[in-house]
Write a protein that binds this ligand. Structure first.
Ligand code: ADP
Ligand code: MG
Length: 273
């Protein structure tokens, strides 16, 4: 007969708004070229579930490309990336890997949120509408629940009173906080930040970093490309220094930032500090 199935609640409503369990990222021997130019060269890196990793390095070193491979916005030429043991963008059948079809890639991408330098909010939608769209479309939430969660998320980033504001009515720092809340609305296991404060006026950087600091305590795995060395020192469990598509040095901030082994890391830090 049919196998017995235990009843599960139709809608799980975990307390709080933290990300889901898990989020370990394993990057193994990843290489990527654009034409003749090798942008990632045998990159291997493990990020523990719930950890915070800061990626530093000069412009053109491959930081954004590495970040984009983690959610398969960029295909790797060789190597593997797995989140909680599941390959990104591929399924394995015996000895063969098959690239997932676009709809399956999109379904998996729910696990990996991304926040960009330029906010990328929908300009024609209010803050709250920016937050509810994806949970309704992707998580299938009823609108009322999506709205309730969105209000909680806006409160969490300090914008409870801006629900009905359009992006153009918000400062850059406020827009970026809405963008972070929007990424959280899909309850990702992993959140990727690509220079989240680089487009901001200096006086607005702190409010965005404060939100990320708060997130760092929530158990979501965070990967942050940043030039904010002080922030990396304070928040990151692990700092990764990239140059020419390779990881030259990685380790706890107390070592990599304070007493780097590699002369290139020392030169880079001397320039940005
Ligand atoms: P970073 O984020 O560290 O500044 P990127 O990962 O953006 O570095 O880029 C690394 C190198 O790859 C750069 O030289 C850049 O010009 C090149 N690159 C990035 N994306 C593309 C692309 N889509 N096509 C061709 N070259 C690219
Ligand atoms: Mg970049």
């Amino acid at each position: 007969g049919a196998p017995a199935r235990s009843a599960v609640p139709a809608v799980a409503t975990p307390a709080g708004l933290s990300g889901r369990e898990g989020g370990e990222i394993r990057i193994t021997g990843v290489s990527k070229s654009f034409g003749p130019f090798k942008v990632l060269d045998e990159v291997s890196l493990t990020l523990r579930a719930g950890s915070v990793t800061a990626i530093i390095g000069q412009s053109g070193s491959g930081k954004s490309t590495l970040l984009r491979t983690i959610n398969h916005l960029e295909r790797v030429d060789s190597g593997f990336i797995a989140i909680d043991g599941e390959l990104i963008g591929y399924r394995q059948d015996g000895d063969t890997l098959y690239e997932l079809k676009e709809s399956d890639i999109l379904a998996r991408r729910v696990d990996v949120g991304m926040v960009f330098q330029g906010f990328n909010l929908f300009p024609h939608l209010t803050a709250i509408e920016n937050l509810v769209e994806a949970p309704i479309a992707v998580r299938g939430l009823p609108r009322a629940q999506a709205l309730a969660e969105a209000h909680d998320l806006l409160a969490r980033v300090g914008l409870a009173d801006k629900a009905d504001a359009y992006p153009r009515q918000l400062s850059g720092g406020q827009q970026q906080r809405v963008a972070i809340a929007r990424a959280l609305a899909l309850r990702p296991k992993v959140l990727l930040f690509d220079e989240p404060t680089s487009a901001l006026d200096p006086e607005l950087v702190g409010e965005v970093l404060d939100v990320i600091k708060e997130l760092a305590r929530s158990g979501t795995t965070l990967v942050i490309v940043t030039h904010e060395i002080g922030f990396a020192r304070e928040v990151a469990d692990q700092v990764v220094f990239m140059e020419g598509g390779r990881i030259l040095e990685q380790g706890p901030p107390s070592r990599v930032l304070a007493a780097p082994d590699h002369p290139r890391t020392r030169e880079f830090l001397a320039k940005v500090l």
